[in-house]
Ligand binder design. Structure first.
Ligand SMILES: Cc1cc2nc3c(=O)[nH]c(=O)nc-3n(C[C@H](O)[C@H](O)[C@H](O)COP(=O)(O)OP(=O)(O)OC[C@H]3O[C@@H](n4cnc5c(N)ncnc54)[C@H](O)[C@@H]3O)c2cc1C
Length: 421
């Protein structure tokens, strides 16, 4: 019987889930996740009949092969290309509900199934995972047997490290994972892949200086995310007495807001398969508000965000609807400061200037590897030497690209292993 190499994947977010799924046919895959559930930053919370996606909301994918992968049978039930109404607001003109709307994108049919079965996606079209934000990762992991939840990895050591051992060739390298209280996980691994955010990966790989040096240059934005539901039904939003501008705003699926302490409002109950009987919102605070108030008491953050939310929605103090469930989450790592599109374009341009560079070399720039070790790092922060291109408009107006960045990085590493065989 063929003995498969053992791969340890640290993290069960979209990146780890993609890799586990891609490598499972040729490797014995183990997934380690420190949290109680799967999905990492594609997190969702269920509360009574309502659910909230408080990490990834929607994601855009430009890469054609990835789009084709997402339109395949595996995701039939769990990923949808979405028709949605997005409105951009500028709160510099908040007194005037008409003027604050700077751009309004009409609802459109985003999904067209072409002959090849690939979804055609307009630049603004967005994918959504259903019925929950983490259904994407869960689908990829559904056939993986060795998943260890609530298992934080603290480090990696080479088997017999510290003892005098026979010199090993690279291919014989075996690694142990270090768990809580310096205990070792009882399996020898041939390959270790961390998909944790850069800072956490640097801690796990602290013995590998070259990796730590690169990883420590990555910076992430923190983000406050407030999720809440209303006690009343959606009818409370459909008052005939409000202006046209406010009606449009209340009828949106997503609001993108400038010059406000809120950056984005997601009408979570309008996503597919969210059977919520009352409106449920996820609001993401602006970067500057989060950074300035990172250590502030949560009750004060909630109050400030809710006041701004109800003002945007055109409710005054006396008419504010009553809240049902409410919870504030503080993400220390939300999106990385590397601009994927600019970064990848830049790298590919540079590589194209070089005659000797093959496609593989380009792919290899999308993951990190410790020198002479079978130790790898992947994630949305893909970079080399930590060039930070400045993320501000990674978004390109509507979508965000963290998920695509993670998938591209994971795919590059998966191809590297699968080509090797
Ligand atoms: C509030 C918010 C909104 C976002 N919105 C969007 C969006 O709309 N569109 C978009 O494309 N992107 C968005 N992003 C970014 C997107 O979430 C990420 O780019 C993507 O989910 C990253 O996936 P990943 O698998 O690479 O990393 P993660 O999802 O972070 O997965 C890493 C996993 O590793 C685990 N882990 C960490 N350390 C250890 C350890 N020591 N041992 C074991 N496990 C460990 C973590 O618990 C986590 O599950 C958003 C992020 C946040 C926080």
């Amino acid at each position: 019987m063929e003995i498969l190499k053992k791969v340890a994947i640290i993290g069960s977010g979209i990146c780890g889930a993609y890799l586990a799924n891609a490598l499972a046919a040729k490797y014995e895959v183990y997934v380690f996740e420190k949290a109680r559930g799967l999905g990492g930053r594609s997190a969702s919370k269920r509360q009574a009949e309502t659910s909230f996606d408080y990490g990834v909301s929607y994601f855009s994918i430009q890469d054609l092969d990835l789009k084709s992968f997402l339109s395949g049978a595996l995701f039939h039930e769990n990923i949808e290309l979405l028709d949605r109404k997005i409105i951009k607001l500028d709160r510099n003109d908040k007194e005037n509900s008409e003027n604050q709307i700077v751009e309004s994108f009409p609802e459109r049919t985003a999904r067209e199934n072409t002959e090849g079965g690939v979804w055609e996606q307009s630049t603004e079209a967005l994918f959504v995972s259903k019925p929950y934000g983490n259904s994407f990762a869960k689908t990829l992991l559904k056939d993986i047997k060795n998943i260890f939840l609530e298992t934080r990895i603290y480090g990696v050591v080479k088997e017999n490290a510290g003892n005098v051992v026979e010199p090993r060739s690279l291919n014989d390298s075996k690694y142990k994972l270090i768990l809580e209280n310096a205990a070792e996980f009882d399996v020898d691994f041939d390959i270790i892949i961390s998909t944790a955010p850069a800072e956490q990966t640097a801690q796990i790989y602290s013995k590998y200086d070259d990796l730590v040096k690169s990883l420590s240059t990555v910076k992430y934005n923190p983000a406050f995310v407030l999720m809440f539901s209303l006690k009343q039904s959606a009818a409370v939003f459909l008052s005939p007495t409000v202006s046209d501008g406010i009606s449009k705003i209340r009828d949106a699926d997503i609001l993108k807001i400038k010059n406000s302490i809120i950056e984005e409002i997601i009408f979570n109950h309008k996503k597919p398969l969210r059977y919520s009987s009352t409106p449920a919102f996820v609001i993401k605070a602006s970067k500057s508000f989060t950074e300035t108030n990172l250590e502030m008491e949560h009750a004060l953050i909630e109050e400030a965000l809710l006041n701004e939310f109800f003002s945007i929605m055109g409710f005054d103090l006396d008419s504010m609807p009553e809240l049902g469930f409410k919870h504030l989450h503080r993400w220390l790592y939300s999106t990385s400061n590397n601009n994927l599109e600019e970064y990848v374009d830049l790298r590919l341009e540079n590589l194209q200037d070089c005659d000797m560079i093959s496609r593989d070399d380009k792919q290899e720039s999308l993951f990190l590897k410790a020198e002479n070790e079978e130790i790898y790092a992947v994630g949305d922060y893909i970079f080399e030497g930590g060039e930070n291109a400045g993320i501000e408009d990674c978004d390109q107006g509507l979508g965000t690209c963290g998920v695509e960045a993670s998938l591209l990085s994971a795919r590059a590493l998966a191809q590297f292993f699968l080509d090797e065989q």
